[in-house]
Design a protein around this ligand. Sequence first.
Ligand code: FAD
Ligand code: FMN
Length: 498
Amino acid sequence: MHRPPLPSFAWMSRICLTLTVLCIASFFLSLPAQKHISAMLVGLSYLSFCLQTVRKYRDGQVTQQHGFSAELDQGDPQSILVAYASQTGFAEQIALKTAQHLQEAGMAVAINSLAAIKAATLNKSKRILFIVSTTGEGDAPDNAVAFTRLLMSQQIDLSHLHFAVLALGDRHYQQFCAFAHRLDHWLRHQQAHCLFDMVEVDNGDEGALRHWQHYLGLISGHTEMADWSKPGYQDWILTERELLNPGSAGGAAYRIACRPAQHAGSSALAWQAGDIAEIGPDYPPDINPASNVPERPALPHREYSISSLPTDGKLELLVRQMRRPDGSLGIGSGWLTAHAEIGQSIKLRIRENRQFHTPPQDCPLILIGNGTGLAGLRAHIKARAIHGHLRNWLFFGERNEAYDFFHREEIQAWQANGVLSRVSLCFSRDQAVRHYVQHALQEQQADIREWVEQGAAILVCGSLQGMAEEVDRTLSNLLGLDKLEHMAELGLYRRDVY
Ligand SMILES: Cc1cc2nc3c(=O)[nH]c(=O)nc-3n(C[C@H](O)[C@H](O)[C@H](O)COP(=O)(O)OP(=O)(O)OC[C@H]3O[C@@H](n4cnc5c(N)ncnc54)[C@H](O)[C@@H]3O)c2cc1C
Ligand SMILES: Cc1cc2nc3c(=O)[nH]c(=O)nc-3n(C[C@H](O)[C@H](O)[C@H](O)COP(=O)(O)O)c2cc1C
């Protein structure tokens, strides 16, 4: 495989080599008393030369060692490239895990360091997962320096490329995941399409890495693969289950309520609007318990937006029943909506989801969602009501008003008592022409702009396919891409889409 020289390493190596030569020369020229200092300098500079060389060599070896190709099979439309930039090895390790996961799910995967990614690679790749850390004070890792300098300074048409970014960083640093943000920004400005939103990992947070795994399941079509790390679940009790859309043309959607088991303690009831419940599903009860069932592997976690607040005294979810091609129920939604019994113990862990927490200021709020996306928005509306922030505008989309108006009484009560100052409902199938939330945004564009000029924040929750993409495009058209990006940087445009 052709591996062109890496400028930063090459220069560092040259400098180290020159220093070594200078030190050797000074050893012979120096007085006997100074010889031990010169000898020490020779040793040190030679050691750094060796380190640079080893890092450069190792960077090129990771793909071969694990049997992955460094180049994609362009004939295979399902193929995917995993590109990493790593300073101390963590991003590289996660890139390998990602590649192995996708390969086990049957995909053709290539993996390479960002150092080896050239314009030609970007031009011919259709899908790339970027796994990058940040080093220094918001800097790119060494093996991304050439990519940053040579490619990220250019305009390249990447409208054929679908990408996602896993950002590894540490919140103790002022510029959290800064390199990943610069990369993401650049890719979007080259017209590349994101497969899903950037996943930020603070100091190796395993919950965030499981969230990344959720998306790997969707990309590969294999959602049943084992978790990389088991969540530290607590015991909760399933207390309520209510079908919210009897007669609906869509999948059954349930309100699910849980409370912590007695021994879990009151600290279990602690989360913020926007947080996520990680659920540990179990297998359906065996219909023939006498039979000798072999031990089965633990099922992977599932994530659900929490739709209530601790002040409600219970944790509520809004869960849509999913079905596999053979008609059987999905692992997580089947467990919560059908298999687990009321009063039964549920394994649950709360994952803090800062990216979807309440915007920092007391500003007007535009909440946009469809289907079960109402869950995440509902928790925010409840929080706004408690804090007396009453300038809230809800856009909600579902199929038919008669069957799919989840939490109708509650929403109407919020409208009546002023918690929701505006509500725009889009029941797509109640008229001949389909009408979705993005159409409502378009129709209300003058008022949306006015709200945003007055400092409004925007929250989007619900399906990635269809809704979130279209809403993003519509908002970009209405407000301008730069404005929307600036709002995202300020935490005024937040999404939780899946
Ligand atoms: C941050 C986050 C928040 C979420 N919040 C909610 C929520 O509030 N309510 C809710 O109902 N779900 C929510 N989900 C989705 C949820 O985690 C599960 O993916 C969903 O319940 C399906 O899981 P399952 O185990 O039942 O189905 P699986 O056993 O994984 O799959 C069953 C079938 O459904 C298909 N499938 C699975 N997921 C999708 C998908 N996203 N789109 C299309 N087909 C799919 C599979 O390919 C398969 O054919 C959220 C996901 C994330 C990442
Ligand atoms: C010297 C140093 C500087 C760092 N600077 C930042 C930073 O500016 N921003 C950030 O989010 N994380 C920063 N980090 C944290 C790393 O990005 C994080 O530990 C990451 O998981 C490392 O991945 P890697 O081993 O692939 O380089 C820094 C870490 C080190 C050791």
